[in-house]
Design a protein around this ligand. Sequence first.
Ligand code: NAI
Length: 659
Amino acid sequence: MTSFVSYECRDGLAIVTIDNPPVNALSHVVRAGLIDAVHAVEEDAAVRAVVLRCAGRTFVAGADIRELGQPPQAPILPEVIEAIEGARVPWIAAIHGTALGGGLELALGCHVRIADPGTKLGLPEVSLGTIPGAGGTVRLSRLVPIADAVELVTSGKPIDADRALKIGLVDRIAEGDLLEAAEALARELLTHPMPAPLVDRPCPDAETVDWNSTATALARKARGAQAPLEALEAVRESISLSGRDALRKERERFLRLVASEEAAALRYAFFSERNAGKSLAAIKAEPADLSHVGVVGGGTMGAGIAVALLLSGTAVSLLERDEATVAAARQRVLETLQASAARGAITLTQADDALERLTATHDYVSLSACPLVIEAVFEDVDVKKQVFAQLDAVMPPEAVLATNTSYLDVDALAETTADPARVLGLHFFAPAHVMKLLEIVRGKRTIDRALATGSALAKRLKKIAVVSGVCHGFIGNRILAAYRRDCEFMLLEGALPAQIDSAMKAFGFPMGIFAVQDLSGLDIAWAQRRAARATRDRSQPYCHISDRLCELGRLGRKATKGWYDYSTGEPQTDPAVTRIIEDERVRTASTVRGFSDGEIIRRIIRVMQQEGEALLAEGIAESAADIDVVMVSGYGFPRHRGGPMYMSGSKALQAADAP
Ligand code: NAI
């Protein structure tokens, strides 16, 4: 046995302990140690039952990510699990923390499962473009109702211990000490016949699932990703075969998927997220204390940022302009919390507790106790400068000041304060309490302490931080602006909004660029274009279509008309918009031609890549992988395609022809 797996026997009960910090990943050494443990148990006639447990904070949380995508080294996990399942005496999995992927498959190989009340169990393989490859689909579908097996395997989302007990995934929830409870359960088992291995149990009734409609719904949700559909197929196939045949088929499918482009792209996305904002990790400076944070502006973003902070346990002072806007901001926070509770994302108690930590005010002095203040007022440079001047007057010198601006010059804002070094950008995404991305904008003079504070905030809010330098739109909005502009040129050249949107959706974006603009409103970009009119470089091409729509009051969904007509609720192509586009084509003497969907996507990706290359050359983005993280987690770029920078190179662009 290795030092990663230990074995002790007392009173006929063997305790096998996996100890591979931090998360007891199923590395090669652990698999080898488990096989040795099985042999030791089989040879020890005194052993009548085995408890399999893990040291530290969790049961096996999954595969060893360092081995992801590498050729498997024997003993492979299916061998380990089959050895346990075929053992002479019952094995009891004692689960705490998380049992994910291979960890849950290992527990399914045991004959009985007992879990701590706080345990989470799941099979997240689809998020890495694969399916369980060590019997997960086969054993799960022979243990729990088939619809639950389908849900677990195709969604990849973990469930809690209560639900696991309800569906039969675990046999018991431990009251008190887990090991003691597992030992007690093991002794009870000694008086019963040995439970049959799951692989030998009868198949459930496949008729309880409507396979076709499940596949249709899944395909819609998967947006072009294949793994969830493969996972569904694996479950369906598993119950149509004997357990042993199903195991073989599942493994074949797993190996095929592990080698797929989709899995490679998803592994890349996974590692890119883990490595995002790399420079932040090297910062030695102490971050500001985040137990109390100020937020200025309680509109869409300010309220969302406040909710994210409150739910992380931070006390928030939310500042608005006057009594009426203070009340409105408090109401917005309350409604956001209530909506989260109604969705089941948080409990009502968590919502109440969060609200207790909120102070809404219009008095700047009450912000002075906050080591960090985040400004989220109107996107207007004069309003923001005024806010920074007021903050400067009341905040102690060590406080860190942040702006959530989308496009404005963070350096220029910083220069309006007495100490620009303590100013940085913290660019959240809407809705701020849901979206995982945070662009940390490093100003020319921003000190490490301010950056360390941004980094600590991201950790506290469980967000992915990417560092951006200062430029118009930072990483994400700059790329968005570039490809949005190019899409408008495509309209002049012969495409229509609905065609571009449909090509983007077929590629895997949740929405097309024109529908997105309608959703967020066309007026902000219009105001920016008007503000920049005097300084616009007239030698550069300019597309007037969007301006024409705005001049007609077509500001998007909120005006019931934008690029589409929403008067029936659903977006409809509007002949009036087509006419505006056609008029502009004539006015600009554009040469009109047809576009294929593949061509539209290739062009969009190429513009993203060109802008990405420029961001790298200018030192705005730290790495191509960071740019991909921004596009995937902030702008709907399909994760299973890795990101625009990942797709550079001919092979990837051919893949873009897919739709
Ligand atoms: P909003 O219009 O919903 O909210 C702005 C809030 O600021 C209003 O409640 C207003 O009363 C308050 N305000 C204005 N002047 C103030 C002052 N002097 N003192 C205190 N409060 C003041 O705007 P939204 O969408 O929340 O945007 C806020 C900032 O966040 C902008 O800089 C915007 O560019 C940025 N942003 C917006 C995103 C979005 O999707 N809406 C995404 C990321 C950033």
